[in-house]
Every structure is written in C-alpha cells, then in structure tokens.
Design a binder for this molecule. Structure first.
Ligand code: ADP
Ligand code: MG
Length: 257
C-alpha cells in the first residue's frame, strides 16, 4: 500500500509574521513508517511549522513535498486529500453530535475515496452498501480506540482524554498516509495515554507515518526513534533520542528558555 518517495520532505521552510520570524529555514525528512518527535521550548516554532506543512499558514519561503509531490501553500483540505492529516480539536458544533455522528462526518481523503469508489453505484451495491461500509469502518475504528461504548454519547460529554481518542479516530477514518499530532496527550490520563501510544505503534507497523509534537520529553524519548529539536525557529538537533538528550546545545536551549 506504500506509495513511492519520502512521506514528507521539508526544505528551508520560513514563516514571518510581520517583523517576527517564527520559522527560520527549517529542513527535515520524515522516514517511511517512522514515529518522529518534534520538540523545543515554548515559542520555538513547532506549531507554526505544523501549520505551514498542513496549509493552515502559507509559508513565506521554502517547500514541502509529500511523496515527491509539492504541496507548499495548498489549502488544508487539498493537502488532507493527498493523505497528510493532522488531528483537529473537536469544534463546538461537533460537541453537539454523538461520537458516531462525528465519525460519519469525518472528511474522506483520496485514498479513502478510491476505496469508496469501489462500492459506489455503477460499481456494485449502491449507496446503501457505501453507507454500510462507512458505518462498519467507523465502528471498527471506534473499537480500535476502545470508545465504541461511547458511540451514542454526545462528544461534548467526553472527558478530555476520550476526546483526544475521538480526534485520532476521526483522523484515521480519512485513510491518511502521514499523520501529524500536535500535543495529542495534553490532558490525557496515564491509562488513555498508554492506549493512544499503543495505537500509534500499531498503526506504524501497518505503514502509517507519524510526526509528533509533544511537551512531555519522557514520552518523546521513550517512543520516538528520532527527535527533531527546534529552537528560535531553527532545527537545533535531528538525531536519535540518546544523542539528542546528550546534546549540549539542546540542554542549553531548554535551560535558557
Ligand atoms: P511553539 O509551537 O514551538 O510553542 P509557535 O510556532 O506557536 O511556537 O510560535 C513561534 C513564534 O511565532 C512565537 O514567537 C509566537 O509568538 C509567534 N507566532 C505564532 N503564531 C503567530 C501569529 N499567528 N501571529 C504572530 N506571531 C505568531
Ligand atoms: Mg505550539
């Protein structure tokens, strides 16, 4: 199921807000099926980098390639259609719908669509079959994250951690290739945290690629095989966790933050 090319390639990425340079020439590659951590002190430019990659912001310079195709400056939905998704917070509107409704409304990406096309009218089955397939996948994904018992619950009634699981489940329903997670563990209790991380590892083995921004250094060091450290809009280090942990510049950046 793996398309050719690096899942993600970022080159000389820049983003200026007025006179402030938030991202100052960032370059990195994300390897196939990897779980890469992106860390750095507050204000380092991590979220802005994510926003430039996913089309929320148009970068001031540089390029982003997904599987050898340039996606720099495309609209977020176009980027998502090509298989690069980030988890999005459940909006107010969605809190007034049930968990299952949230799943059925999840946008579908190109890869997902090709799957749906095979069950569309003209192929065989028709709309009903398509709906049934969608429901089956929604249920399977809810089961995978162990929130199927909450299917009829309003999303607004979920705990912070359960909401994070739903956000992940929705993202996966789009059948993505590369998944960007911006602090997916914020406010998540240790039990749910373990569940979420176990799922990430399992999904990796199935061929998904992850880039993870996370505050908790221990989580990054334990779970990622590679860590990119940002500081003042630049990449300060890009290596395995042990090397990064021992890097004087990284230690200084954190102490000086
Ligand atoms: P991080 O996620 O690593 O904490 P951010 O990417 O959020 O860092 O921010 C990097 C820098 O860019 C900070 O100085 C922040 O104040 C600034 N910044 C972020 N977003 C905006 C914006 N929309 N307008 C102006 N400045 C911003
Ligand atoms: Mg941030």
């Amino acid at each position: 199921r793996t398309p050719p090319g690096k899942p993600l390639r970022v080159r000389d990425l820049r983003k200026e807000f007025g006179g402030l340079t938030a991202v100052d020439g960032v370059s990195f590659d994300i390897e196939e099926g990897s779980l890469t951590g992106l860390i750095g002190p507050n204000g380092a430019g991590k979220s802005t980098t994510f926003d430039c990659i996913t089309g929320v912001h148009r970068p001031t310079g540089g390029s982003v390639h997904l599987r050898d195709e340039e996606i720099t400056g495309l609209r977020p939905h176009r980027i998502a259609n090509r298989g690069l998704v980030r988890t999005f917070q459940i909006t107010r509107e969605l809190t007034e719908m049930t968990v299952l409704e949230n799943m059925l409304l999840a946008p579908r990406g190109q890869r997902g669509e090709s799957l749906w096309r095979s069950v569309l009218p003209g192929a065989r089955g028709g709309v009903r079959t398509q709906e049934r397939e969608l429901r089956d996948r929604a249920w399977e994904t809810l089961e995978r994250f162990e929130i199927d018992h909450l299917a009829e619950e309003y999303a607004g009634n979920l705990s912070g951690g359960q909401r994070k699981l739903l956000e992940m489940a929705r993202a996966l329903l789009t059948d993505p290739d590369v998944v960007l997670l911006d602090e997916p563990l914020a406010g998540v209790n240790p039990t749910l945290e373990r569940k979420l991380l176990a799922q990430v590892h399992e999904l990796r083995e199935e061929g998904y690629t992850f880039l993870l921004v996370e505050h908790d250094m221990d989580v990054i060091m334990e779970h990622c095989e590679r860590v990119i450290v940002m500081h003042q809009g630049r990449v300060l280090a890009d290596d395995d966790p042990e090397t990064v942990r021992a890097d004087e510049r990284v230690i200084d950046a954190y102490l000086g933050a």
